[in-house]
Design a protein around this ligand. Structure first.
Ligand code: PMP
Length: 434
């Protein structure tokens, strides 16, 4: 529309100093409510990006707004000092951990972003172990600070930091459907984890014992790739055997996104460190934490500082988010709506133009195949995204060459909204494949 055009033109022509995040969303947003946003020209879109998974209860949830407004009028910033709101947030988060972990996990506020918390997790593990290297995995994404980027296993994204930092080692990722060597999962099983096991055991030709192993249980930016359960369990057994802390980066998978509060619950493991951010506040108030085993509790008070670690608005809405998630059984909705997406897209998944429909909970992706007509898979995926947008659906791309159409709807998305979004996506993919 004309008002969006005017705002976007200002950005393009450098009349405005703002640099836009996504070039693929040609509109300016005026307001949001639930799963919907409205642009400045009055067009409405179903938002299946939801702030990259931040808005777990959708836009402007009235109860979260009320909690934020009340906190705003009471107390907004107190560095990392104790407040009743911070205490309530801490207690609420600990209560969401599996019973066996509650008492032994400590919380450190790292804010304001996920990458800050990833950096803190690495620093903590280095302090605790006295070791310097970190093992991470191909296709992983951990953020845009220098250290988080160094551990990111996506070459195109990390190129600007020029080879990252010393002491980071990559291992293949065990998602057999995306095996970089195209090995047969039936015969190979999980040889990639065998490689890691061997490398960490072999003093002559292996790698130095690391300060930590960091992984996403479902790679998000890497293209919605759930790790194999066996792979994760063997990494857990190996790191435990060697005394290496296992960090799970639940920045994207956490806070109910995958159908349990933490994804690690579904993998049958207990990590040493959990990194969380995005949906902690339920409504996009920046906040980031690490939760870690008491054995890693080596920092003296103040050893890790930072100005914006006491976002009282985030704490207030975070407590309210957990209350609503439990009251409304939002996790049951995540699981039901996820199953609905797989059912609705089952036929599309059989299309030769589609490699796979996959994901966990409401972290979902459609991987597209390189088209036979000479277009790049990137161009195809962008065309699908543009068609979906014209039909009123916001989705993001990710993965290798952006070949995966990603869906991260609010966890409160309704059955009708899922049906509508799936119908739009089926039409968009079919039309793009031609
Ligand atoms: N880890 C994961 C798994 C992420 O998906 C992201 C963000 N997409 C980050 C870390 C970084 O978080 P932030 O952008 O808040 O720094």
């Amino acid at each position: 529309g004309p008002r969006s055009e005017e705002l976007l033109a200002r950005q393009r022509e450098r009349e405005s100093n703002a640099r836009a995040y996504p070039r693929h969303f040609p509109f300016a947003i005026a307001e949001g409510a639930g799963s919907w946003v409205r642009d400045v020209d009055g067009n409405v879109f179903l938002d299946f990006l939801a702030g990259a998974g931040v808005l777990s209860l959708g836009h402007n949830h009235p109860e979260l707004v009320a909690a934020a407004v009340e906190q705003m009028g009471t107390f907004t910033h107190g560095l990392d000092m104790a407040t009743p709101t911070k205490d309530a947030f801490t207690e609420a988060q600990l209560a969401m951990l599996p019973e066996g972990m509650r008492d032994r996990m400590r919380i450190q506020f790292c804010g304001p972003t996920g990458a800050n918390a990833v950096d803190a997790a690495i620093k903590l593990c280095k302090t605790a172990t006295g070791r310097g290297d970190v093992v991470s995995f191909q296709g992983g994404f951990h953020g845009s600070t220098h250290a988080a980027m160094a551990m990111t296993g996506l070459v195109a994204q990390k190129r600007p930091i020029q080879n990252g930092m010393p002491g980071v080692q990559f291992f293949p990722f065990s998602s057999c459907s995306r095996c970089p060597l195209a090995l047969n999962p039936e015969t190979c099983q999980t040889n990639c984890v065998a490689l890691l096991e061997r490398a960490l055991h072999d003093a002559n030709g292996g790698v130095a014992l690391p300060a930590a192993v960091i992984m996403e249980l479902v790679q998000g930016e890497g293209g919605v790739i759930p790790a194999r359960k066996e792979f994760v369990q063997r990494v857990r057994a190996l790191t435990r055997e060697l005394g290496v802390p296992l960090i799970v980066d639940e920045v994207q998978t956490g806070c109910g996104r995958t159908g349990t509060w933490w994804a690690f619950e579904q993998y049958g493991i207990e990590p040493d460190v959990v990194v969380a951010s995005k949906a902690l506040s339920g409504m996009g108030q920046p906040v980031a934490i690490i939760m870690y085993d008491e054995s890693l509790d080596v920092w003296a008070p103040g050893a890790h500082s930072g100005t914006f670690r006491g976002n009282q608005l985030a704490f207030a809405t975070g407590v309210e988010t957990i209350r609503i998630v439990e009251r409304d059984d939002v996790l049951a909705n995540v699981r039901a709506r996820s199953a609905q997406v797989f059912a609705n897209l089952a036929e599309l998944a059989q299309d030769p133009g589609v490699v796979e429909v996959r994901g966990l909970g409401l972290m979902l992706g459609i991987e597209l195949a390189a088209p036979a007509d000479g277009r790049s898979v990137t161009a195809l995926a962008q065309d699908v995204q543009a068609r979906a947008l014209r039909a009123g659906l916001i989705v993001e791309l990710g993965g290798r060459d952006d070949c995966v159409v990603r869906m991260l709807p609010p966890l409160t998305v309704t059955a009708e909204q899922i049906d509508l979004a799936c119908a739009i996506l089926v039409d968009a993919v079919r039309a793009s494949l031609g």
